[in-house]
Every structure is written in structure tokens, then in C-alpha cells.
Design a protein. Sequence first.
Length: 228
Amino acid sequence: MSCLIKIDNLSKHYLLSKNTVKAVDNISLKINKKEYVALMGTSGSGKSTLMNIIGCLDTPSKGSYYLNNKNVGELSDNMLAEIRNLEVGFVFQTFNLLPRMNALDNVALPLIYAGYAKDDRIKLAKKALKEVGLSDRVYHKPNELSGGQRQRVAIARALVNNPSIILADEPTGNLDSQNSSEIMKIFKKIHQKGNTIILVTHETEIAKNANRIIKLKDGQILTDEKKQ
Ligand code: ADP
Ligand code: MG
């Protein structure tokens, strides 16, 4: 299996007046292509901090991070922005869709930054919306969609660029159990198609969908177990 993420002795510390918060504390970790990983832990255990570093939204205080064999710490801001856009698809708990844009335009947005022509953007965005079962909601705005449908639009937006990793931070946190299970079915399908997924959750039932569960505590890895 080829290695997608390689993290060595990575830390993220915050200095608050006299106290240092070790949000991520000396973590080493490898994740291969096509893995489906759940990152678990109680609130404040460092899940989002680690996720944001993996997604190149944040930088570590110490240690190294290689994504696709590239040393992320050595990249310029422009190159980081490019990696974020091309290699990482984000899904957030609060969907983070642009309210004035319809589903199609929200999904097509990353393709503008990636330099696609308009016809291609529309074609690819429609294809991504079809994959999440929303072909009949293409022209709806976020407030004309249910919570589960909004999250499906966000997943389509994360997928549209065909990124190396999908990072989802508590993607079912704002959804009821039926919508949560629909969303988890979509992640399963995306994984079966060959995508790498890292999913943050504090719910055991949600984490069971993954093939590997990493538990964090106080910024450190407590356990790291693969499904048999
Ligand atoms: P989780 O996502 O597991 O709930 P976080 O990664 O958000 O945890 O936070 C881990 C720890 O780092 C927490 O104790 C939090 O208070 C602290 N923390 C996160 N971001 C900051 C920040 N910008 N400044 C100071 N402390 C922070
Ligand atoms: Mg969090």
C-alpha cells in the first residue's frame, strides 16, 4: 500500500498567558491511500487541530508532515493553497455552503480556483451531485434543502476536484440519526470507489463505518486499531 500521509513527532502548542496547551502532542502516524480512518476522542482531545494540520489549514509547532511524499512544512503559502484546493476535500459539521448560491454553484466553486472552463465546471458539478443522489436538487439554494441534503451538497463539493483525501470533521454532528446514516452510506460508497477518508467523530456507531479507528487523548494517540 502506498503511503499518503506521514506524520513524525508532530506537535501543535498554544501559549496562553503562562500556560501551554498541547493540542497535538508528539504524534507519529502513517495513513495509506484508500484507508478509511475514524479519528475519535472526547471534546478537546485534539481531533480538529490534527485534522486541520492534515488538511493544510494549519501548521504544526514542531515535527514534520509529508502528504503524497511532499514535505508540507517546506511549501510556500501559494503552494499550500494549491495543495488544499487540489488534494483535499473538506466536509464540516456546519456544511459551510454559500447561502446565495444554488447547489450547482456551490459544488462548482472549487473548480473555478482549479482553473476549469465553465462548461466543464457545470458538467463535473452535476456529476458530483448525481453521485450523492441530488440530481433533482441542482438549482436549490441551501435554505431550500434539508440538513441531510445540505451535507450531501458539501460532500459533492469536497469530491468534485477528485482530491487525494476527504477530511470530514463531525459531518453528522448536526444531523438526526436517519440523515446521519444516509451520509455514512455515501461515505462508504466514496470509499469503495477508491477514495481515502479521514472522519472525525465522537460517536462510536459512526466510527464503526471506518476500517481503522484512532483514539486521541490530550493530544496523543491512545489507541490505533484496524478492523480485521
Ligand atoms: P477537538 O476537536 O478534539 O474537540 P481541538 O483540536 O479543537 O479538540 O482542541 C484541542 C485543544 O487545543 C483544546 O484544549 C482546545 O481548547 C485547544 N485549542 C484549540 N485551538 C486553540 C487556539 N487557537 N488557541 C488556544 N487553544 C486552542
Ligand atoms: Mg473538534
